[in-house]
Design a protein around this ligand. Structure first.
Ligand code: NAP
Length: 470
């Protein structure tokens, strides 16, 4: 006898979610290799489109009702308008502003999850009160925290730190937990619980701001990936509220990937995750306006060309300035030219060089630099003493020896690329401008260092010309 509850639509829906899950996982896997990352992104996006279409057509609520036509029209309209806005933003935003864009998109994900939880609170069909409250809190923290991170990366918001912040933030977490516990008390008055839910909504928003405000200096990457994972967790919780497997899985994947990245970043920055959560680290160790002085030695284009041409081993250390100048293609051309002449050229990649995790890998992959030439910091450092020339292009904090030898420095403890150990150091930058952590760099005063001042793009262009003439 056929099962009366058998619904072929639900079976197709479940199968489509399984297909979407496979597409997410395969797509995510591809993202770990720069040459496959673009395709991986498309695969994961295809999974999401599949899940959205089948949900709209086949989803039924617990009473067996499909999505009403007016709601369907609203959903489609929202998708169309959001797609157009997203496309326009992505076309307008420069590559160097990508981290801000990522933070902004992350914020919208957090807000959406927070609002879903707010709307579904008190819905008799929603049986998961704890998940609803946690989803609201986590989504709102991710939203307001990501907006502050966006403002900081864009230079619109400055760090704001006070020693009491650590205690204020701990108190905020305690209040948040207390609100959730009280709202969940059995027999609590309905009106009171609704007021407390609004308080929780607002409290989480304020905590997100206070949590990110004190963080600055070289520590932003950690907080950005942490916020990313929080948005994933909030989305997974929203998925629990709707009992939607695709949403749960998508959220968990983002949350897990973000958490792994956060831990890797913590390791790269030599920070503990607890410090990140309490929100009291960064560039606040008093630097007492430390001034590094010494002699700055410059080098000409032609001398640089000769030095590079007659070197055996050259290591290029790319940093934010290379991205800002959009000089990655010229950098790759210089590399090819030297390699053709028998010079061993490699790139030293610091995990937080640039302004977003993996920034340098993406930048150099765009210029078709072979991936096997990119060497992770930990692998290249032991060989630095054997390098004839390091060419530091627009990097600053990631080669600052203060991280190794100045306990009062805000970046003290952060692993760096040991450019100072190479036989010759050439630094390409426009002037004596500071890096992201806004501190002096004694590498520029090192007696082995020669400064080649100018915009990275113009300098590299001239350098290539010099080499061709040799
Ligand atoms: P950096 O410390 O920010 O220094 C970049 C240097 O590039 C500046 O000193 C600047 O000096 C130079 N520069 C800027 N525009 C240039 C141009 N057009 N041509 C040539 N040089 C130019 O860069 P980094 O060494 O890559 O370090 C990254 C920093 O950002 C770290 O502190 C990291 O923690 C932080 N951060 C990273 C992430 C991430 O996820 N990767 C996210 C947020 C923050 P001049 O002005 O003198 O030219």
């Amino acid at each position: 006898m056929a099962d009366e509850t058998f619904d072929p639509g639900i079976v197709i829906l479940d199968l489509s979610y399984m297909a979407a899950a496979i597409l997410f996982v395969v797509g995510l896997k591809m993202l770990s290799k720069p040459e496959k990352a673009r395709t991986g992104n498309l695969w994961a996006a295809a999974g999401m489109v599949l899940a959205m279409i089948t949900t709209m057509l086949l989803h039924k609520d617990i009473h067996g009702h499909s999505i009403a036509i007016p709601n369907m029209i609203l959903i489609v309209l929202t998708i169309v308008v959001a797609t157009i806005i997203g496309r326009l933003i992505a076309l307008k935003v420069k590559m160097t502003a990508m981290p801000q864009l990522v933070s902004f998109f992350n914020a919208t994900g957090g807000l959406a999850s927070g609002l879903v939880a707010l709307i579904e609170f008190g819905n008799p069909d929603n049986s998961s009160l704890l998940v609803t409250l946690l989803g609201m809190a986590v989504g709102n923290i991710a939203f307001s925290g990501s907006m502050i991170a966006y403002g900081k990366l864009d230079g619109k918001i400055r760090d704001w730190y006070s020693p009491v912040m650590k205690y204020v933030n701990l108190a905020m977490i305690a209040i948040l937990v207390a609100l959730i516990v009280v709202i969940m008390l059995p027999g609590i008055d309905e009106g009171l619980s609704r007021i407390l839910v609004y308080c929780l909504f607002a409290e989480a928003l304020i905590y997100g701001v206070l949590f990110v405000m004190p963080i600055g200096g070289a520590d932003m990457p950690v907080v950005i990936s942490l916020l990313n994972s929080l948005t994933g967790v909030a989305a997974a919780m929203a998925g629990f509220i709707y009992n939607n497997q695709a949403m749960i899985l998508g959220g968990i994947l983002v949350g897990a990937a973000g958490t792994i990245l956060t831990l890797l970043m913590c390791r790269a920055m030599n920070r503990s995750l607890l410090n990140v959560i309490i929100g009291a680290f960064g560039s606040h160790v008093s630097m007492a306006e430390k001034v590094t002085t010494g002699i700055i030695r410059e080098i000409s284009q032609s001398d640089t060309g000769i030095l590079l041409n007659y070197s055996r081993k050259v290591v290029i250390i790319p940093g934010y300035g290379l991205a800002a100048a959009q000089a990655q293609h010229l950098c790759s051309e210089l590399d090819k030219l030297l390699s053709e002449r028998g010079v061993d050229v490699r790139y030293a990649i610091h995990p937080v060089a640039g302004r977003m995790p993996g920034h340098m890998n993406v930048l150099l992959a765009e210029a078709n630099v072979p991936y096997d030439k990119l060497v992770e910091m930990d692998h290249i450092n032991p060989d630095m003493m054997n390098v004839d020339v390091v060419l530091v292009i627009g990097a600053n904090d990631v080669v600052n020896p203060a991280a190794l030898n100045d306990p009062s420095s805000p970046i003290y403890g952060m692993p760096i690329i040991h450019a100072h150990e190479a036989r010759n150091i050439i630094v390409i930058k426009r002037g004596m401008g500071k890096g992201y952590a806004a501190i002096e760099n004694s590498l520029f005063f090192n007696e082995k260092t020669r400064m080649l001042f100018g915009n990275a793009k113009e300098v590299l262009q001239k350098l290539i010309g010099e080499l061709k003439d040799l």
